[in-house]
Ligand binder design. Structure first.
Ligand code: NAX
Ligand code: ADP
Ligand code: K
Length: 568
């Protein structure tokens, strides 16, 4: 299980470890600092001078290769700052020239940070940055130490140990200092010099939500973020990944949250991974006899793999549903039928082969077709048209089949979301993008949009959970940080950032294919949550497997390859 923690959960884990007597806070801080230094050297071996041979040259020009490496370490008023003092000491012990700044009052440093401050004082000095707004003189001093390479004496590394999981207010007062260092989000920063490393999370970013506290938008932008034990939600949600650079996790010897009685499973959010997907699939073998991978069982009859019905819109509007149908078929539904209005029958029939076609003019027609109990998964929304959606959705929901509602089937209820919620049942999956989400859950979307002025901020995980609770079914809230929640509070994140980035998915029709993938898995009798999670994961994998130039049609065609890879 890969848990995405909140700051409070991380504190609870740390506290439990300390109370158990297995480790002290000081030891954890030392491990954290060591982990940061190791991660820096792993990322940039040219900075690792332990046992360096004289021939190893730096990958960028320096005035004199015999010069010591230089670091500027920015420590904040809490334990994140404490980690910074550890890193400063460890680099100094390796011959680096280190300039340390403390943003905050010495008297208020927490005990472990204070110990590391004292240890550092045996090696060097600490310059003050007055909290909340450093003086001009202090900022000039900082600038002198952090002068850019054009002035020949720039630092090799800037360490951001200002704020971590304890950020509770905006860091607007640091704006002038960050601007001088050119490591703030608003600066036109040189991407490679100096290297900016954030301890735990870039300062200014809320660890729970990935949102920037405050309307001034001030935050450190890092090349490398080194976090501890487990990723926090803020590393993946919202704009988080844009500021973290690469994120590395350091093991500091803490136990998993599920071992702690104080953290309920329901309050956690998982991160999708291939390992997790494989586990879901292997559980399905035990529970329903489905094969371990998504290829079909050797002796299955086509009806044993389900029959999906996907409704199309009128003439000229059938492409979206056809994309969904192709996705449902490729992911393994035994049969897929498109329900078309008579006027669009010709258009659809010349475009499909393996997918079947059935005329469905209106609600009555749909009701009649649904007398066939073998139709076990429905998809309404892609290209459906608002009037047709209002007509058909109530009938579809009354049939109590596993049902995906997307696009027009969501927008059609913008005037009266409660009417939709009254009809939904627990076998439904709603797949809104941001716009559709705001139409159905305007108050929740508002909370997610309002500039957060204190931390921890309301997150996309909170919003999706709340929406699923209100709708009484699974909600999949799309984006590079897709969040999937069920009404019982189970929640996971399907992240398409960092090494899993799939920017090509932002293409017309990609969402229709996703709706089809989910429908296909529902036909194959996956639970709504498992269908949504598995489909979202495979959707991103298909995009990554194809790469640049992707159009929506390519997604289903990548599935065989992706399934072979995960199923092998
Ligand atoms: N939880 C753990 O298991 C571990 C935590 N460690 C470090 O400890 C950090 C958390 O430490 P803390 O809880 O002390 O939190 P922080 O160090 O993030 O900062 C909290 C302090 O900053 C103040 N503050 C918050 N926002 C402010 C703002 N905008 N302006 C001015 N002051 C502000 C708070 O009042 C508090 O005094 C982690 O991020 C991590 O770096 C590590 O030492 C290793 C273990
Ligand atoms: N930058 C991105 N990175 C990864 N996935 C993305 C990105 N932008 C969009 N997506 C995904 O692409 C799909 C787009 O769906 P949607 O917004 O409904 O578009 P459409 O209606 O055109 O199909 C969603 O699954 C969404 O999560
Ligand atoms: K930090």
């Amino acid at each position: 299980m890969t848990d995405l923690l909140t700051a409070a959960q991380m504190r609870a884990i740390e506290q439990a470890a300390i109370e158990s007597g297995d480790v002290t806070g000081l030891e954890l801080m030392e491990r954290a600092g060591q982990g940061v230094v190791e991660a820096i050297f792993e990322e940039w071996p040219e900075l690792d001078k332990r046992g360096a041979s004289p021939s190893r040259s730096l990958t960028y020009p320096r005035p004199d290769e015999e010069d010591p490496l230089r670091a500027v370490v920015l420590c904040g008023p809490g334990n994140n700052g404490g980690d910074g003092f550890v890193v400063a000491r460890l680099l100094r012990e390796q011959g680096w020239e280190v300039a340390v700044f403390l943003y905050g009052d010495l008297e208020k440093l927490p005990p472990d940070a204070r110990v590391n401050y004292e240890r550092w004082l045996e090696l060097g000095e600490v310059s003050k940055l007055t909290l909340p707004t450093p003086t001009k003189r202090e900022v000039s001093k900082l600038e002198k130490h952090a002068a850019r390479p054009s002035s020949s004496q720039g630092p090799d590394l800037i360490l951001d140990a200002l704020f971590g999981t304890g950020l509770i207010r905006p860091i607007g007062g640091l704006k002038p200092a960050l601007a001088k260092l050119q490591i703030g989000s608003e600066a036109d920063a040189d991407p490679w010099w100096p290297r900016v490393v954030s301890v735990d999370i870039p300062s200014g970013l809320c660890a729970d939500s990935g949102r920037i506290l405050g309307d001034e938008g001030v935050i450190v932008g890092a090349h490398l973020t080194v976090t501890f034990h487990s990723k926090k939600r803020g590393h993946l949600l919202d704009v988080g990944a844009q500021f973290c650079g690469k994120t590395v996790i350091v093991d500091i010897g803490l136990s998993s949250p599920s071992d702690l009685g104080s953290i309920s499973r329901k309050s956690l959010a998982d991160l999708h991974s291939e390992r997790r997907l494989r586990r879901v699939l292997s559980q399905l073998v035990d529970e329903s006899g489905l094969p371990q991978n998504l290829s079909k069982a050797s002796f299955g009859h086509k009806y044993s793999h389900g029959h999906a019905l996907i409704m199309t819109g009128g003439p000229g509007k059938t492409g979206a549903a056809r994309l969904a149908a192709r996705g449902a078929l490729r992911i393994g539904a035994g049969l897929v039928t498109l329900g078309v209005p008579p006027a669009a029958q010709m258009e659809v029939s010349v475009q499909v082969t393996a997918v079947m076609l059935q005329r469905v003019e209106s609600a009555d027609g749909l009701s009649k077709i649904l007398e066939d109990e073998r139709l076990n998964a429905l998809c309404l929304g892609p290209g459906l048209g608002l009037d047709r959606a209002r007509d058909l959705v109530p009938v579809a929901l009354a049939a109590e089949r596993a049902t995906v509602l997307d696009a027009d089937a969501l927008t059609a209820f913008a005037d009266d979301p409660a009417a939709l919620f009254g009809m939904l049942h627990e076998n439904c999956v709603l797949t809104p993008h941001g716009g559709e989400f705001a139409l159905l859950f305007p108050d929740i979307a508002e909370k997610l949009k309002a500039v957060p002025i204190k931390g921890p901020a309301y997150s996309k995980v909170d919003a999706t959970r709340e929406a699923a609770g209100r709708a009484g079914c699974v909600v999949l809230f799309k984006g590079p940080d897709t969040v999937i929640a069920d009404p019982n509070g189970r929640c996971s994140v399907n992240s398409a950032v960092y090494e899993r980035a799939a920017p090509w998915l932002a293409t017309a029709g990609a969402g229709d294919v996703l709706a089809g993938f989910i429908t296909g898995l529902l036909a194959r009798r996956f639970s709504p949550l498992q269908a949504a999670e598995t489909a979202a994961w495979l959707h991103v994998e298909c995009a990554r497997s194809f790469g640049p130039g992707l159009i929506a049609e390519d997604l289903p065609e990548q599935l065989p390859r992706v399934l072979r890879e995960v199923g092998s």
